[in-house]
Design a binder for this molecule. Structure first.
Ligand code: KG4
Length: 340
């Protein structure tokens, strides 16, 4: 087998993850999630860095073990350089550099957002290789991003539209917060939406040009509905939780799909992928299936395991860069902020 063996390391937020691929085939993917943050209603950066520091060695060791390889088999080490929390990134970046020195394998820096988009190129043992052909459209939706990309090659992604204010995940999280639903709100809203009536409430939809998004108006309209109704009925939220969630979720999905349909139609591209944390949303996944059936789209929906932060997508992205000779020096600093 001439395909390179790549170790991927991900530590951008609150999941410590390591994965091994051989070419685009996944050999192992280990994730240690940090339960410590739930008590605080959000990720606490200082605690995240400390937990990464505790987790990184066991997680990498386990990924190597489960892949059935030894350290000396690794051809290159891919690591998330950013964007993310600086303290968290520093742990993964520092560890990757130390390991690179120790085993003599080159480093490959990976942009976390890039990795979400390229997660579709992974395949597992016994699974068919279902990678999209280029060019394809990718809706990248997470807690910090909502954008439409035209993916022309593993290295060439053009952002044709993005949110001008909040991200889709942020809209879920913020609306969930005002309903007192815990963090992160997205998955909780999703669960309640499954038993609610999506037509019960109507919230404002944005009117922004091109392929751009906006979610702040929806958030305000959601807040005003709660405020007005709570004046009349103190139990309003409690009594209408599922309907509120279903209506919110369907509005977010309508907003996302409208621009994506426009992009697909204008550019004549029917291969359409979704990626990022919000791609776990079952309503959004169903909307993709509906568009496949109605418009003949060829859709690419990640497995649930690859919607959240994971090193498998980092490893597969590093694999593309390694094959193109794009290794990096050992003195790179991490970057906290950047887009695709
Ligand atoms: O990509 P990601 O893990 O990292 C960040 O960008 O932080 O995305 C996290 C976001 C959060 O806003 C979370 O609420 C949202 O993805 N999310 C969901 C679902 N699962 C995660 N939103 C809606 N429905 C879901 N099932």
């Amino acid at each position: 087998n001439t395909e390179p063996i790549i170790l991927g390391i991900e530590s951008s937020c609150d999941d410590t993850s390591a994965a091994v691929v051989c070419g685009r085939k996944l050999l192992s993917n280990v994730i240690a999630s940090q339960a410590v943050h739930s008590a605080y209603g959000g990720v606490v950066p200082e605690l995240a860095s400390r937990a990464h520091q505790q987790n990184i060695v066991p997680v990498v060791s386990e990924a190597i073990k489960r892949a059935g390889i030894t350290k000396s088999d690794i051809d290159a080490i891919g690591f998330t350089r950013g964007p993310g929390l600086l303290g968290s990134l520093l742990v993964g970046n520092g560890f990757a550099k130390g390991l690179s020195m120790s085993i003599g394998a080159p480093l490959v820096e990976v942009n976390h957002l890039h990795a979400h988009v390229l997660a579709h190129f992974l395949y597992e043992e016994g699974e068919e290789d279902h990678a999209p052909e280029f060019p394809y459209l990718c809706l990248l939706v997470s807690g910090g991003n909502s954008q439409i990309l035209v993916v022309k090659s593993p290295f060439d992604m053009e952002c044709i539209g993005q949110t001008i204010d909040d991200a889709a995940g942020e809209a879920f999280d913020k609306c969930a917060k005002v309903m007192g639903l815990g963090y992160p709100g997205g998955p909780i809203v999703n669960k309640l939406a499954n038993i609610g009536n999506a037509k019960a409430f109507t919230f404002a939809k944005p009117n922004v040009p091109g392929y751009d998004y906006s979610f702040s108006g929806l958030k305000t309209s959601f807040l005003y509905t709660l405020r007005d109704e709570l004046e009349k009925d103190a139990n309003f939220i409690e009594d209408n939780k599922a309907d509120l969630c279903a209506s919110l979720q369907s509005t977010v999905i309508d907003i996302l799909m409208k621009k994506l349909r426009k992009a697909s139609k204008d550019l004549g591209i029917k291969r359409v992928a979704v990626a990022g944390g919000v791609s776990a949303n079952t309503g959004l996944r169903a909307a993709f299936e509906d568009h496949r059936d109605r418009y003949g789209w060829n859709i690419f929906i990640p497995k649930f395991a690859y919607t959240t932060d994971n090193a498998a997508m980092v490893a597969v992205t590093a694999q593309f860069k390694y094959l193109a000779g794009e290794t990096c020096p050992l003195n790179l600093p991490p970057f906290a902020r950047v887009t695709v």
